[in-house]
Design a binder for this molecule. Structure first.
Ligand SMILES: [Zn+2]
Ligand SMILES: [Zn+2]
Length: 150
């Protein structure tokens, strides 16, 4: 099994995984899509369109910010990326390891919360309400990050 974070430094080669991901979601493997999926799959962070564009411009052929935006919209529509809305720019991620999200109300920073660590809380929600949250992306917690005085 290949993890998500381990290939973070290897951004020169597009792993085969993004192709499989795109195909599974019925999307054509255009170079632009592959590039963006590879970037998000390798990144442990949640990136805005501007941040993703910066990363892409640094490591590969030039790409237009509008392309990055449109691609992320397409990927999000099929569930291949998550869009996390908060104050400031929307951040995106590829849900490799199942996780939920924390959004800082002040700086807009988005952090992934490993599903494993919230298993109990999720179980409690189910117990109390009869609702069954998914393992990935179902919880969105707003608050303040440590740097903003949380
Ligand atoms: Zn995420
Ligand atoms: Zn903050």
């Amino acid at each position: 099994m290949s993890g998500v974070a381990q290939s973070a430094r290897d951004d020169t080669v597009v792993p085969t995984e993004p192709r499989a991901l795109l195909r599974r979601h019925g999307l054509r493997c255009t170079p632009g899509r592959l590039q963006i999926v590879a970037l998000f799959a390798a990144s442990a962070r949640h990136l805005s369109v501007a941040e993703a564009w910066e990363e892409l411009s640094r490591s590969g052929p030039p790409v237009h910010p509008t392309t990055v935006y449109r691609t992320l919209e397409t990927l999000t529509a099929v569930g291949l990326t998550y869009a996390v809305h908060g104050p400031g720019a929307t951040r995106y991620c590829v849900p490799g390891e199942p996780h939920h999200h924390f959004v800082c109300q002040d700086c807009g920073e988005v952090e992934g919360l490993a599903h494993e660590r919230l298993r109990e809380a999720v179980g409690r929600i189910e117990e109390l309400t009869g609702l069954r949250p998914d393992a990935s992306g179902s919880l969105l917690v707003y608050g303040r990050c440590p740097e903003c005085g949380g």
